[in-house]
Each structure stands twice: as structure tokens, then as C-alpha cells.
Ligand binder design. Sequence first.
Ligand code: NAD
Length: 476
Amino acid sequence: MPRLFTRRTFFNTTALAGSAFAVPNLLLKGQNAAGKRLRLAQIGANGKGLSDTSYVTLEHDIVAMVDVDQKRLDEAAKKREKYHVDANQAPPRPPKLYTDFRKMFDEMANDIDGVMIATPDHTHFLAAMWAIKHGKHVCVQKPMCNTIWEVRELHKAAKEAKVITQMGNQGRTMEGQRLAKEWIEQGRIGTLKEIRLHTNRPIWPQGPIDKVQAPTPEGLDWDLWLSSTPMEPYFELPKDKQTKRASSVHPFAWRGWWAWGSGALGDMGCHIMDATFSILGQVIPTKIEVESGPISDLCAPNWTKLKYHMPASEKQPAMIVSWHDGQIDGKPNKPEKHEMIKDDTWAKATSGMQFIGTDGLVFEGDAYCKSPRIYPDEAYTQARMDLGSGKHKKTEARSPTPDNPQLEWAHCIVNGGLPSSNFDYSAALTEFVLLGNLAVRSQQAISWDKDAMKVTNVESANQFVKRPSYRPGWGV
Ligand SMILES: NC(=O)c1ccc[n+]([C@@H]2O[C@H](COP(=O)([O-])OP(=O)(O)OC[C@H]3O[C@@H](n4cnc5c(N)ncnc54)[C@H](O)[C@@H]3O)[C@@H](O)[C@H]2O)c1
């Protein structure tokens, strides 16, 4: 396929708007799509990419897999084959394997309908933008990107290209999140007045960490892993910071570094703040207050306490949403427990959400709002009886594929409709989450003007809205 553009100018060229790549090559709406198998590519094939592939590989064709770590790529390709064998299906045609997603688009863009992305956070923007500019539908893991500027740019590009989008926050497809919203809107806990959120993350090293230079692991293309971030030698964590799962930055432990991850907040916020964002009417906070453990220019802190000031929406009054993460002096950094939650239930809640109303609360002790319950018990019993008898009003649209955002996305490409966490929703959710990191990184309360995309009271905080630089070759 002839290359129509140089990588340097990829995102800047307006000529793309009129090129063959500007519109999806497959929208399928209005066509006879029954039984249509999509041709999908997975960028970031191992780690979360493995399970994302498993959610769609029986119904659709994985035609390409990309991973910058050859060993992990080969392992992912084998496991993908095993999903079929375990389901008593003939092994599928093997996907083409790549270590550089740009090469994949160069060689086989015309053979791909949609792209799933599960790389570390810093590469979501690049990989998704390359896909969108080739007219591909995209399903991007959470957080959509790790800077607000990238989130906004990606959202804009996807809208212009009219592709079907999804973020991988699975809670958004679940029944529990819908029930929690309906219970609150239907007055089961009186008037909602406060929301308290928490998580035990980080369960990987955070706080100021030194880099210990180390040989690049065999098979890993470190230059491609860094992608558009500045070149630097491969490194491990100091011995006293290493854990069984995290000894170097790749895989997994990149989460704690601002350049590649977004800390515990960015990692879990798109899950734990999701129901809140939906219930409060998708409003963006105006101010965020912060307290945290020590940070460095490079790493997120070990613990954080945030207060998001949420404006009123059509359905809910203005209120404070608090966020607690990590551990302080070896003890979980949890918010105040509502008196109605039993101690043993609270002790087990490694993550959680308390939606506190004037007459009770809705509580969920995990990250996704899969199985929320109401306190007091009588209100919960009544709500369940009303659900059983059909008295409960189901006002929220249900997902055709609960718990499976990847398959929901593919379903919408084939059959029409919008995925639950399409970018119109998930871009604003991700912005809501990432705003907390602007406060953390500037170590003071920030006021946010969403129309201007600007922190109005601390000029220095604005340096964190956009990545400071992009290496050439990635099209930005
Ligand atoms: N929705 C969820 O529940 C959930 C759970 C875990 C992770 N995630 C998200 O999934 C993403 C990946 O997380 P993870 O835990 O799997 O990380 P990981 O480091 O374990 O795996 C990432 C994989 O991507 C590969 N990779 C890195 N850069 C790449 C590039 N430029 N091109 C292609 N492949 C590249 C790595 O080699 C690795 O195999 C993150 O954004 C994370 O937040 C979501």
C-alpha cells in the first residue's frame, strides 16, 4: 500500500480529512450485518490485552496482534488460540504479529475494521489516533489517555471520523451501576448529599522512586515501548521498592510514573468514579482540594485524599465527592465509614463507594458498582421486592453484553447503537478523574475552567494539562 503521508506530519495534515482514510471503511449500519465477523486488531497484546482479546475472539476475527515485547506477543498469540480450543472450536487463522503498530497500519490497514488498545496509558493516545486517522473503530482501555489535552484531541478526532468508540471501564456495562442510579433518582435514600470513594491502590510502587539503570530485557523493544516519550535507558526499581509483581517499569509498574501512567487515581478512577459521574449527570468539577504523601516530578504519591467540588446538575444538587487511595503508615487510607455499614463489610471493602443520602445510603464494596446495596436493610428489601414485581422503573438503557465492553463495542459496530462508554461519555469521565492529578502534581487546591481547559488559580498546574513533548515519528 503506498504511504500517503509521512509519520512526522500524520496528525497535522488537514489533507487527511478528505483522504480515503477519513471515514470508517466499515460502518455496517443499514446493511445486512447479521452474523458479521469483524476483523479486529489488538495493540498491547499481553496483560489486559489478553483478556480483552478473549472477550471477542470467539465472535470476531483477530487479524493482527501488536506488542513491543516479542516474548509476550508470542505468548498472547498462543493463549488466544487456546481460547478457541477450550471452546471446542477449530484454532482460528493466526493473526499477523507486529511489534510496531505503525507498521501494521502501513501493511494491512485495509484489512482491519476495529482496533482494541491495551498498552500502558501513555500510548493510548498515539495508538488510538493512528487507528482513528485510518478510519478504524476504537476500543481503548481506561484511562482513555493520561493527559487532558490528549483526551480532548482524541475525542474530537473520533467525532470527526464518525467511528464507534469505547473505553474499557467494564462497570459502565453492568446492571449494578444502572440500579444504583435508578434507586437514587427514585428517592430510595432521600436526597443525595455526599459521595465518598476509596481504593487500596496503589498495589505497585509509588512515591519518590530512584531509577536503577539495567539491561533491556531480551525481546523487549524499549524504544517502541517509550513511544513518543523522551528516550532514556531501561531501568529497574531499587531492590527495596521491588515487589513480586513489579521489579522494573515494564510490565505493570509503569502505573506509578507520570510519564507513562497516571497513579492510583488514574488507574482506578475511571472504574470507581464511573457510577458517580453518571449519577451526578456527567458534570465536571469546578475545584479540587488535595492532601497527599510525598510526590516527585516523576512519580505519583503513595496515598491521596481529594475533595472534588461538583456543581449541581438537572438531577442532583451540588456536592463534595471525596477520593481516598493508598495506605498511610501501613493502614488503608479509607474515608469515614457511614454508620449503617457493618464493620466486617467495611473491612472487606478494598475499594468502595458510599452514596450518602438524607435517609440512607447506597454502598458498593468493590470498584465497578457491580452489586450495590441500599442501607437501611428495609429499604434494600423493598427495592428488591419492587425489582421482582416490576415496580422498579428501569430508566437507564441496558447493555446488550453486560460485563463485556469489548463485545458491546463490536456489537454496536455491527448492529448500530452506541457503546455505554463511548467517547462522548468516557472523555468527560477521564477528564473528571485526571483533574485530581493536576491538584496532586501542583500540591494545592485548583480551580478548573472547563471551557478554557485551564486551571485558573495556579498557573504552574497548566503545564500538566498537556505532555511536555513528543518524540518525532509518532505524528504529533
Ligand atoms: N479495565 C480493567 O479492568 C483493566 C485492568 C488492567 C489494566 N487495564 C488497562 O490496560 C492497559 C494495560 O495495562 P496492563 O496491566 O495490561 O499493562 P502491562 O504492562 O501488563 O501490559 C501492557 C502490554 O502492552 C505492551 N506494550 C507496551 N507498549 C506498547 C506499544 N507501544 N505497542 C504495543 N504494545 C505495547 C507491553 O509489552 C505489554 O505486553 C492500561 O491502560 C491499564 O490501565 C484495565
